[in-house]
Ligand binder design. Sequence first.
Ligand SMILES: Cc1cc2nc3c(=O)[nH]c(=O)nc-3n(C[C@H](O)[C@H](O)[C@H](O)COP(=O)(O)O)c2cc1C
Length: 175
Amino acid sequence: MPSLLGICGSLRNGSFNRQLMHLAAGLHGGAFSEGDLRLPLYDGDLEAAEGIPAAVQTLADQIKAADGVLICSPEYNQALPGVLKNALDWVSRTEGAPWLNKPVAVMSAAAGRAGGARAQYSLRLCLTPFRPVIINGPEVLVAAAHAEFGKDGSLANEHYLKAISETMDLLKAAA
Ligand SMILES: Cc1cc2nc3c(=O)[nH]c(=O)nc-3n(C[C@H](O)[C@H](O)[C@H](O)COP(=O)(O)O)c2cc1C
């Protein structure tokens, strides 16, 4: 069974995107680990003085080792969150091109009616330089996330569950 690394673009404990990530990981069924985006802000002076921070190298190693990566991210002001872009920038400074040819699925949950569509497009654009294999569909865009997730992190909406399941099958096949 292929292994899966989950990356959540939200740092907050009760994140709907983290709930979405765990739900999708459960459907995937393989060994699951989660990346941590609590990294320092990218700073060329810090890099020059101290090299790649240990937390960045850990994330890069996790990406490299995983058979597939699932990124679940909210939309912040019509784009991907800064913590996620910061992580992409840091990882791009590591050796070994961890994203190259890596199967990657992208999902989003957001308060708005578009379910984070603009965050997903901006994220896909930001991933392009690293040449992963991005699963292009079906789109998983959980709109009005606060109304869709139960208190236990469950999702009842059959439309979303079908799209999540199909996406995870495609990610597994790509791995
Ligand atoms: C700084 C900020 C900007 C936001 N901008 C958007 C937005 O552009 N579109 C949207 O649908 N929701 C937006 N939201 C609301 C988020 O979708 C909502 O808070 C969501 O639950 C965050 O994801 P999380 O539950 O995984 O933390 C924004 C929230 C924050 C904190």
